[in-house]
Design a protein around this ligand. Structure first.
Ligand SMILES: [Zn+2]
Length: 342
């Protein structure tokens, strides 16, 4: 067997007001000089809060879009830094991860919303021209998750984060299919991934009420899901056909959130996998995530096209190959599960 190398974050801090501890966390990791701070237009105020107690030189940059060219623009003017600190949502963290990877710098993830598992993983989902790509970079050296900030994130982002993790179940089912085709498989990464989704399912009520315990459980589940991908050195434990469906929708111009699309994709894939799709639909409902196309502003025709396109998004054996999904089966899946709303 080939050596399997695993890279993981070295420090994970979850708690209230911990955004003020980012400087301290960096010093504990031997980083104390110059920081490149990346943030977004809606998250600048959180970056300010962090900077007050940073105790390092820093330069702040606002990320405008999650694209490869944006990462290039920021990377070009970035010289003499020891670390990239990303304070924001998925877009900021994706761009920061790519910038730090290209500059061979460590990056610290300071998420402001628990909207998907990219905040803790080594994966980047980024636009290059019109297409969206999923790239392998490196996991954050540290994650500082301030529960006080994340608790106040728009609820839609929180529900979307739940849906992204709930969809791990269908991703794992697909990975098992890949295993039978001789693909690398890790039972340990699977356990972590499913454990993350179980935590979200068990905490649905607390999350819906924005209780601190619920948000903390969601954040820890998101981090665990990210770690499962680092363990596997692949997004396999948390990304199957439901994610390919989401990527296909992105390419077709959908503006719904990543987790929202993956959640709906997960209902469909669970049905196609012959699994308990009703329980996935019910738990999505209980966290307040969308379960129909109408809720995410996608037509049945677009969803059908995305389902048929999903297989070709990447070379990854899933239920879509296993059953050779055709238009008739796709229509049936949308209708039986109620996703199409008919
Ligand atoms: Zn995802």
């Amino acid at each position: 067997m080939d050596p399997h190398v695993i890279e993981l974050p070295r420090k994970i801090v979850v708690g209230k007001k911990v955004i003020r501890d980012v400087g301290k966390v960096c010093r504990e990791l031997g980083i104390s000089e110059n920081a490149l701070v990346l943030t977004g237009t809606n998250t600048e105020r959180f970056a300010r809060d962090m900077e007050k107690k940073l105790g390092m030189n820093y330069q702040e940059n606002v990320v405008r879009e999650a694209s490869s060219s944006e990462a290039e623009r920021i990377g070009k003017s970035a010289e003499g830094f020891d670390v990239v600190l990303c304070v924001g949502g998925g877009k900021v963290i994706d761009v920061g991860k790519l910038v730090s990877f290209r500059l061979s710098l460590p990056f610290v993830s300071v998420p402001t919303a628990p909207s998907h598992d990219g905040i803790a993983s080594e994966r980047v989902s980024i636009k290059n021209g019109d297409a969206k790509h999923s790239l392998a970079c490196r996991p954050p050296i540290a994650i500082v998750a301030d529960i006080g900030i994340m608790k106040k994130a728009p609820y839609r982002l929180i529900a979307s984060g739940c849906a992204d993790i709930i969809s791990n179940r269908t991703a794992v089912n697909d990975w098992r299919l890949g295993k039978h085709k001789g693909e690398y498989f890790s039972e340990f990464a699977v356990d972590l991934s499913l454990h993350a989704s179980e935590i979200v399912i068990r905490s649905a009520n607390l999350i819906r009420k924005r209780k601190e315990r619920g948000i903390r459980n969601l954040v820890e589940a998101i981090i665990t899901s990210g770690i499962s991908m680092s363990m596997a050195k692949s997004s396999r434990p948390a990304s199957g056909a439901e994610h390919m469906f989401s990527h296909a929708l992105d390419m077709m111009g959908s503006t719904a959130l990543h987790g929202e699309q993956c959640g709906i994709g997960s209902i469909i894939m669970s049905y196609l996998q012959g699994d308990d799709w009703e329980s996935i639909r019910d738990v999505l409902r209980s966290v307040g995530a969308p379960t129909t196309l109408r809720e995410i502003g996608v037509s049945e025709e677009t969803a059908l096209e995305a389902l048929l396109k999903a297989r070709k998004i990447r070379k990854r054996y899933t239920i879509l190959d296993h059953i050779r999904l055709d238009r008739r089966k796709a229509v049936e899946a949308l209708r039986v599960t109620g996703v199409s709303g008919n």
